[in-house]
Design a protein. Structure first.
Length: 264
């Protein structure tokens, strides 16, 4: 069904990709545009954001790339102000920024722990701080936060900061969903399972002798026998952002090929 997001404006934080191929944020920004949304593609790397924007505009969509540091309130506010100057509305806030550092509480440095919390959780605090008042004034809005199934179960990799921060993302999402439900604002989280994206290949490569071993092990862990990809996250995001999901809020949606149903 085309044009599910027609006349809507989406701000996607983390809309670029750190490597070749499709990351979750990049695919989601493109999917939003393909469904009719006007997109602000925000990323710490302006070059990566521009790559996403170029894909969208080459397909006939509307997108502007902006450089944004989600750990800095002023940077986020500049992005929000730019969006309002262009479109005078924000209907969709998509929070895709996140980092992963390997290690349990003993191995992970205090600095990495703090950085993980600042980026994975603190970014949501700052983006919602600046965008929720706009949505409240409109009387509508949809927020999609990208979490992880690591927030609710052990998946075989020791990254305590990542798991803890994503668990906090879940509760952050549900708290907003309930607080702002009377204002017509919805908030939901997507919990990706084993996904084959550039970020995964980069962040976990230190664990494995070669990339083929990494891919084989992660595929084997999936009930389907194969990892998902960025488009699985993108189309779930489109649904949650659309009016098809107008009565869905506070949901933690696993997109994981059934992995959270496994006993181990």
């Amino acid at each position: 069904m085309p044009d599910r997001l027609k006349n809507k404006v989406a701000v996607v934080f983390g809309a670029g990709s750190i490597g070749e191929g499709w990351g979750n944020g990049k695919a989601t920004a493109v999917a939003y545009a393909r469904e009719g949304a006007r997109v602000i593609a925000a990323d710490l790397s302006l070059a990566a954001a521009r790559e996403t924007a170029t894909i969208i505009t080459d397909e006939g969509g509307q997108c502007e790339a902006v450089e944004a540091d989600v750990t800095q309130s002023d940077s986020i506010l500049q992005t929000v102000n730019r969006c309002m100057a262009l479109h005078d509305q924000i209907d969709i806030l998509h929070n895709n920024v996140g980092v992963t550092f390997l290690g349990g509480p003993v191995e992970l440095s205090e600095e990495r722990w703090a950085q993980t919390m600042q980026i994975n959780l603190g970014s949501l605090f700052l983006t919602t701080k600046h965008i929720l008042p706009i949505m409240e004034a409109q009387g509508s809005g949809a927020i999609i936060n990208v979490s992880s199934i690591a927030s609710i179960r052990w998946i075989g990799t020791a990254y305590i900061g990542y798991a803890a921060s994503k668990a906090a993302v879940n509760q952050f999402t549900q708290a907003i969903a309930l607080q702002y439900a009377p204002q017509g604002i919805r908030a939901n989280a997507i919990l990706p399972g084993m996904m084959d994206t550039p970020t995964v290949r980069v962040s976990l490569q230190a664990e494995f002798a070669d990339e083929a071993e990494l891919i084989a092990k992660r595929n084997a862990a999936c009930p389907t026998g194969k990892m998902g990809d960025a488009w699985d996250i993108a189309w779930a995001s489109v649904f949650l952002a659309s009016d098809e999901a107008k009565y869905i809020t506070g949901v933690l949606l696993p997109v994981d090929g059934g992995m959270t149903c496994k006993s181990a």
